[in-house]
Design a protein around this ligand. Structure first.
Ligand code: LMR
Length: 400
């Protein structure tokens, strides 16, 4: 009955790993998916995560019962505090509904479906470019997807004028997807002053912000600094949605742990929102898995574990920043034509190199370096040992 099916293309990001895995070359390098690697090129399980997992295994009272539809209560409370700040008026006034979801993607999807069912506007504006999964998630959730200008290839920076113009002409009430920090794929974020202008524009036009926060702690190394944009929007008392992921900042990629928060105008509305979000979740996956959220809750609950986590998180962020400098220096020392200063200016996990699709395929064919066709490289996949190989490849690609 499925004989009519055509083979579907691989995912533009996860498919890069599929191609990488098939390559027998000993020098192959995967800079596609945004996943942290150590200096030895190995995936990293944080020490604090290992420690908590040991504790969880030994807790006799733990069982494998179903979680409530909204997930681990403590995890939800602590996740909201982490992103909004413990002193957030929205939290103190019980205006936040937080629901444990399947990492960032699941949180975006549940939020999207909730909006499609209950919000008066069905259009969501996403930045151009954005994470490749965003348009697919929101379209399948039942929203209509439009884009706003975000990145200026000429400056390799923010197209702030274009952004203001496009959002300024969006119909009142439209939803606007914003990357909370460390924009994926460009690594280009608005300044604090620009965020303030964006906030004023959105609020004055009653546009509804939907933040995607996948890199808290990864951009600057500080959880508070990376939450500043979100907190600016919460401080004005307005409404917003936020998808939160612990894939990167706790290295819990495969545990699929994240949360959707919806900030309302009153506690009463927030509790009705929660009751309706449960109706979205139950027929989709019933209730979320227990393991990852228990790890996160244990770390966020305990001061020593939390401190240990922030040290390990900062070490990951610092190593990425170091890789930026090393790659920039390596290109400088090779005299590679062009201005490569964006490598050290952009922040977070990715550098948007500016290499075109043809140069990317040259890197893959000739140097066994795997990256997405838009020229994005995951700096977290790079190490001091592999920087020279990448610099040689980029040099060859732009001078050939
Ligand atoms: C990425 O952009 O590489 C990550 O967010 C992983 C993913 O799921 O695409």
């Amino acid at each position: 009955v499925f004989a009519h099916l055509l083979p579907a293309p691989e995912d533009p990001i996860l498919g890069v790993t599929v191609a990488y895995n098939k390559d027998p070359s000993p020098v192959k390098l995967n800079l596609g998916v945004g996943a942290y690697r150590t200096e030895e090129g190995k995936p990293l399980v944080l020490n604090v995560v290992r420690r908590v997992e040991q504790q969880l295994v030994n807790e006799a009272s733990r069982n494998k019962e179903y979680l409530p539809i909204v997930g681990v209560a403590d995890f939800n409370k602590l996740s909201a505090r982490l992103i909004f700040g413990a002193d957030s008026p929205a939290i103190q006034e019980n205006r936040v509904t937080t629901v444990q979801c399947l990492s960032g993607t699941g949180s975006l999807r549940v939020g999207g479906e909730f909006l499609a069912r209950h919000y008066h506007q069905r259009t969501i504006y996403i930045p151009q470019p954005t994470w490749g999964n965003h348009p697919k998630i929101f379209t399948l959730a039942g929203l209509s997807v439009k884009t706003y200008r975000y990145y200026a290839p000429a400056t390799r920076g923010l197209d702030f004028e274009g952004l203001l113009e496009d959002l300024g002409s969006a119909p009142s009430g439209s939803i606007v997807l914003l990357h909370a920090c460390a924009h994926n794929p460009t690594g280009v974020d608005p300044t604090t002053e620009q965020w303030e202008q964006i906030r004023k524009l959105l609020r004055s036009k009653a546009l509804l912000p939907f933040f995607d926060s996948a890199y808290q702690g990864f951009a600057s190394g500080s959880l508070d600094i990376d939450a500043q944009a979100v907190r600016l929007f919460v401080a004005d008392g307005g409404e917003l949605l936020l998808a939160q992921s612990y894939a990167k900042n706790m290295g819990l990629y495969g545990e699929r742990v994240g949360a959707l928060s919806i900030v309302s105008k009153s506690a009463d509305v927030a509790s009705r929102v929660e009751s309706q979000v449960k109706l979205v979740v139950r027929p989709m996956y019933s209730n979320p898995p227990i393991h990852g959220a228990s790890i996160v809750a244990a770390i966020l609950r305990d001061r020593d574990l939390y401190n240990e986590w922030t040290i390990e998180l900062k070490a990951m962020a610092d190593r990425i920043i170091k890789m930026r400098q090393q790659l920039f220096d390596a290109l400088q020392s090779r005299g590679t034509p062009g201005d490569w200063s964006h490598i050290i200016k952009q922040i977070g996990m990715f550098t948007f190199t500016g290499l075109n699709a043809e140069q990317v395929s040259f890197l893959t064919k000739e140097y066994h370096i795997y990256l997405t066709s838009d020229g994005r490289i995951s700096m977290a996949g790079l190490s001091s040992k592999t920087v020279p190989h990448l610099a040689d490849a980029i040099h060859a690609a732009v001078t050939r």
